[in-house]
Design a protein around this ligand. Structure first.
Ligand SMILES: N[C@@H](CCC(=O)N[C@@H](CS)C(=O)NCC(=O)O)C(=O)O
Length: 214
């Protein structure tokens, strides 16, 4: 079987989730740079891989996929390496619940409303939209309370071992922790802060470092 190809950019949260999964599985792959935020949008050939023009897209031996959750589950199931989905039905449900929370509530609020406004706006010479940041904080607090609730007493979001849920969350938390508001939110949730210390120390995080990290 040939080496899989991941299409995307190293700064992207969702591309990094797929890369973290590949790294944790020990799969060698090629990252082909696609910048969807370039002036003019995604390059023409990328729309054939992803009808919504997003990243990542993925190809393995002619099998093409898009949507991070589909890519990560495929990589976990099609390749050797440590399993990244709990065998137990209830723990797997917790993993899927955490991923849904991250996709549907956390990503936009923690990354776009807080990180992009507080950290990226000034880096790009723009004044942060304080109203947008303030408006995001209640939902951010809800997200950061929901995750430890899902985790319970376990060291990782879905049990005793790292799972797709932790790898889905990690790129979001890297960026969130770069904003003072994000660090304050994390400090209010001691079990989640302890989880983050465990996750951020994993070699896969260092291997997939974003160019936007300080
Ligand atoms: N539902 C998609 C989301 C992917 C996504 O939103 N990727 C971002 C980069 S992190 C993107 O491509 N954004 C481009 C845009 O919003 O136009 C997935 O799970 O893969």
């Amino acid at each position: 079987m040939s080496e899989p190809v991941l299409y995307g950019a190293a700064y992207s949260v969702y591309v990094r989730t797929a890369r973290l999964v590949l790294a944790e599985k020990g799969v060698t792959y090629r990252l082909e740079e696609v910048d969807v935020f370039a002036p003019g949008g995604a390059p023409a050939e990328h729309w054939a891989r992803h009808p919504f023009g997003r990243i990542p897209a993925f190809e393995h031996d002619g099998f093409r996929l898009y949507e991070t959750g589909a890519i990560t589950r495929y990589v976990d199931e099609a390749f050797a390496g440590p399993p990244l989905q709990p065998a137990d039905a209830r723990q797997r449900a917790r993993m899927n619940q955490a991923i849904s929370v991250l996709d549907n509530y956390a990503y936009r609020c923690l990354v776009w409303d807080i990180f992009v406004e507080r950290v990226r706006a000034p880096a790009n010479g723009r004044t942060p939209d304080e109203a947008r940041i303030a408006a995001a904080l209640p939902l951010a607090r809800t997200c950061l309370a929901a995750l430890p609730d899902i985790m319970g007493e376990a060291p990782f979001l879905a049990g005793a071992a790292v799972s797709l849920a932790d790898l889905h969350a990690a790129p979001i938390f890297v960026y969130l922790a770069m904003a003072p508001e994000g660090r304050e939110l994390l400090a209010r949730e001691a079990p989640l802060a302890a989880w983050w210390e465990r996750v951020k120390a994993r070699p896969s995080l260092a291997e997939t470092r974003s160019p936007l990290e300080a």
